[in-house]
Design a protein around this ligand. Structure first.
Ligand code: 5AD
Length: 447
């Protein structure tokens, strides 16, 4: 490693908001900085550099970041030499606002500038004046050749695609993360092999529309075929796919390989064709149902989850009811359900006035959550009496006598620590399910 700019002893704390891609990006920044002599600080108090890796997808996520920044201002007043940086999606979108609302921020960089992070930090040190800003998007950047500093453990992420070309009318992602780019398969496979060599057992491939992945002649199914060959990687997951790019070939690949987990997060967004059209989702509800049926036919025991937005502009009671009906029909194992949040710069914010009042949005969301919770509870309780194969993650958060881990179909499973043997993270056990809540399976090891 070249020694340029190396500053031994500089400690960095990276705090992450938002999606798994952001967590992976934070690991990437950690990797970039570690090659320049930075080490990870355990908390912000012990750090010389604090980076807040942000999310812009809903207003609430942004407000949380501003809240956090004002908290950190007090800390920065005590230790003005600490560098405070805002990175990622919000940086891209709100560079002016951040410098206005949080002028004490030293560094603002977007998701395509992480390679330049060490130099940008150098610039912060050299100048006390204006914040250092780098929010350029780059059609080519896939961070080839950079090694993320992964959280230690058995499960890790590999980003296979950056950016998004779909332009759903509600969504800020294409504006803050730029155009879609597939990472070269050699690079992805090298990372997966490296993870296997370091003892990781599970890899989750990440992309905004991960199954739209393409790099030269390699499509997503081809990529999965290669990843499953890697010895040591026992489980392969991916998130999030886009419905209309879900090919029969991909379904067949998933069905063929035991290593590809029987769990799929498949965002529906709405059950109303009218709403789907104004959202510019490229499918109808019937097409989505057909896809779910095809997937379930090929992989009968697959679990599914989804994303739904309620209160999108123009959503009538009938449109909303169609979403409720879709959840009833499909019966997702769980759902991430959101209230529409208008995002500046999107098509919806320019052309589709946010007509619904907060109370209507709120009551629709609450009713939908209640319905989904009931469905989840029924599905989870339906597993009582069955046996699931669990990869041990570690101690349960509630009780040190219990261990926990996920089933192949992504259900958190909790079971008593066995007295007769020491289990370590990454071990596999069969657990007989004796009880369940709407989010967790409870059981005991049978072998
Ligand atoms: N308002 C509410 N929810 C949104 N999502 C994306 N943009 C918005 C928005 N403007 C949700 C979608 C997406 C998930 C990651 O976040 O459901 O799938």
């Amino acid at each position: 490693m070249p020694n340029v700019g190396q500053r031994p002893g500089r400690r960095v704390f990276i705090e992450t908001y938002g999606c798994q891609m952001n967590l992976a990006d934070s690991e990437l920044m950690g990797g970039v900085l570690s090659t320049r002599g930075y080490t990870a600080a355990p908390n912000h108090e012990e750090a010389d550099v604090i980076l807040i890796n942000t999310c812009a997808v809903r207003e609430r996520a942004e407000e949380r970041v501003f809240g956090r920044l004002s908290y950190l201002l007090r800390f920065k007043n005590e230790r003005p030499e600490v560098i405070l940086g805002v990175t990622g999606c919000m940086a891209e979108r709100l560079r002016e606002v951040i410098t206005e609302r949080a002028p004490y921020v030293d560094l603002v960089i977007g998701p395509d500038a992480y390679r330049r992070l060490p130099e940008l930090l150098e610039q912060c040190q050299e100048s006390d004046a204006d914040p250092v800003i780098d929010v350029k998007l780059d059609r080519e950047e896939t961070y080839k050749g950079l090694q993320p500093e992964r959280r230690p453990g058995i499960s890790g992420w590999v980003t296979v695609q950056r950016g998004c070309d779909k332009f759903c009318t509600f969504c800020i992602v294409p504006f803050v993360r730029g155009r879609e780019r597939g990472v070269a398969p050699e690079e992805i496979l090298a990372q997966c092999r490296d993870m296997a060599a370091r003892g990781y057992k599970e890899v989750t491939l990440l992309g905004q529309t991960v199954n739209s992945y393409r790099h030269e002649d390699t499509d997503f199914a081809d990529l999965l075929e290669e990843v499953v060959k890697i010895e040591g990687i026992e489980r392969v997951r991916f998130t999030s796919p886009y419905p209309t790019d879900f090919t029969p070939k991909l379904i067949a690949t998933m069905a063929k390989h035991d290593k590809i987990c029987n769990y799929l997060h498949l965002p529906l967004q709405s059950g109303s064709d009218q709403t789907l059209e104004t959202m510019k989702r490229l499918y109808t509800s019937e097409e989505f149902f057909k896809l779910v049926d095809d997937i379930r036919q090929a992989i009968p025991d697959i679990a599914m989850s989804t994303d739904i937005i309620v209160g999108f502009p123009g959503e009538t009671d009938e449109d909303y009811q169609k979403t409720v009906d879709a959840l009833e029909r499909i019966r997702f194992d769980f759902g991430y359900l959101f209230k529409y949040s208008e995002r500046d710069g999107t098509f919806a914010s320019r052309k589709l006035p946010d007509t619904l009042d907060e109370a209507t949005k709120g009551s629709r969301l609450a009713a939908l959550i209640k319905r989904q919770e009931a469905i989840s509870a029924e599905i989870f309780k339906g597993r009582i009496g069955s046996t699931v194969r669990v990869m041990v993650e570690g101690e349960s958060r509630r009780d040190a006598n219990d261990l926990c881990g996920r089933s192949d179909d992504f259900k958190m499973t909790v079971f008593p620590r066995p007295a007769d043997r020491e289990l370590k993270p990454g071990d596999f056990v069969n657990v007989r399910i004796t009880d369940a809540t709407s989010h967790t399976l409870l059981g005991e090891i049978i072998d």
